[in-house]
Design a protein around this ligand. Structure first.
Ligand code: GLA
Length: 399
């Protein structure tokens, strides 16, 4: 009885004091988004086929859930101000598409912008926040990515609070993905507002380069990785740093794709695929669906990994996992092969943030190589390996 009364008080309080819908992203969200591969070229056919491919490729079984339409799905607002999809691209309407996605056991994500217009020039949510949230709730939306173009005069935290309140008022639990590119340090204020926040500008399918578009730049995998410095203390269950959607399968080499995916797993980053799921190669599928790499990403502790050391072009990253286990990733940033030797016995591996350390006096840990899918000894002996250029060796250590 006491428990029922307590739950009722909590429920009533949550109706009075608005808040984000808690518990929707206890591990980093996993899904797919149209932008990286298709840009504005979205349609209901693409989205339906992608939902089919999410299931047939094994991605759904591996844990991917969300099918997210990014920019440019929009048509016009009606005379009352409600937004509708582009009737040519989405002739059956969003509710039918959402039902289709849900019928596959998947979830439906959509995109809007805090400003007058989206980055792609479609109608933004400014002045229509409550109506848009209501419309998304009617359509059965489960995830909203909320962008930051054309926001002159708006303050970031306030604008994202408004859409949070609007979602709450609409009454449907929706993951809120904050996308203001890290400009106003959302990691410092967004934990009570959204479930994830972008930490950088846009990613591009290049391992180590910057693409200059004139008024803005897009960033390679290594550049984005650098920008995560100092941010891990802000992330955890239900509030994640988002280093942007993935470029796996979008033109980098297999080694580079593997390194990119491994690092997103080490960072406890949202795993949102950005490639064409309908035509992906076997290599791409096997990277995106590697169960052990995904388990590192989805570990319930939700501790973002950290860079332990840099030697020449080799970075060594650690991520504490539940049950006293650890993930380790050796990343070779150079283009050519590198030989490494890592002596577990002489390194002091400790993480002040999580309070975890590797204590070899408790016994040696067994080592499993994630990508080679085999056991490779224990921490008794140094780990000796050659790592190809732009690639990783990723290990699990457990007692
Ligand atoms: C911004 C975002 C991208 C994408 C585009 C859409 O650049 O950062 O991820 O959503 O807008 O126009």
């Amino acid at each position: 009885m006491k428990q029922i009364i307590f739950s009722m008080i909590i429920f009533l309080a949550s109706q009075v004091f608005c808040q984000k819908f808690d518990g929707l992203a206890l591990t980093p969200p996993m899904g797919w988004n149209s932008w990286n591969k298709f840009g504005c070229n979205v349609s209901e056919k693409l989205i339906q086929e992608t939902a089919d491919a999410m299931v047939s490729s094994g991605m759904k079984d591996a844990g991917y859930q969300y099918i997210n339409i990014d920019d440019c799905w929009h048509g016009q607002r009606d005379s009352l101000g409600f937004i509708h999809p582009d009737p040519d691209r989405f002739p059956s309407g969003m509710k039918a598409l959402s039902d289709y996605i849900h019928s596959k056991g998947l979830k439906f994500g959509i995109y809007s912008d805090a400003g007058w217009q989206t980055c792609g020039g479609r109608s933004g949510s400014r002045g229509h926040e409550y109506q848009d949230a209501m419309q998304y709730a009617r359509w059965g939306v489960d995830y909203l990515k909320y962008d930051w173009c054309n926001t002159e005069g708006l303050k970031t935290e306030g604008a994202y609070l408004t859409i949070r309140e609007a979602i709450h008022a609409a009454g449907r639990p929706i993951v809120l993905s904050i996308c203001e590119w890290g400009n106003s340090k959302p990691w410092e204020w967004a934990k009570p507002i959204g479930h994830l926040w972008r930490t950088t500008g846009d990613i591009t399918a290049c391992f180590d380069c910057v693409v200059d578009h004139g008024t803005w730049k897009s960033w390679g995998i290594m550049q984005i990785l650098e920008m995560q410095k100092g941010l891990r203390i802000y992330a955890g269950p239900d509030h994640w740093n988002d280093p942007d959607m993935m470029e796996v399968g979008n033109g980098m080499s297999v080694n580079e794709d593997r390194a990119h995916f491994s690092m997103w797993c080490m960072l406890a980053a949202p795993l949102v695929a950005g490639n064409d799921l309908r035509t992906m190669s076997k290599e791409t599928t096997s990277i995106l669906t590697n169960k052990e790499a995904i388990a590192v990403n989805q570990d319930p502790l939700g501790v973002q990994g950290f860079k332990f050391s840099t030697t020449d072009s080799i970075e060594t990253w650690f991520k504490p996992l539940e049950k006293e286990a650890w993930a380790v990733c050796f990343l070779n940033r150079a283009k050519s092969n590198r030989d490494i030797t890592f002596n577990w016995q002489t390194q002091k591996i400790a993480d002040d943030f999580s309070g975890r350390k590797i204590d070899l006096t408790k016994g040696y840990l067994k080592i499993k190589d994630i990508w080679q899918n085999k056991n490779v000894g224990t921490t008794k002996k140094p780990f000796v390996a050659q790592i190809p250029g732009h690639d990783v060796r990723m290990l699990i250590l457990e007692y």
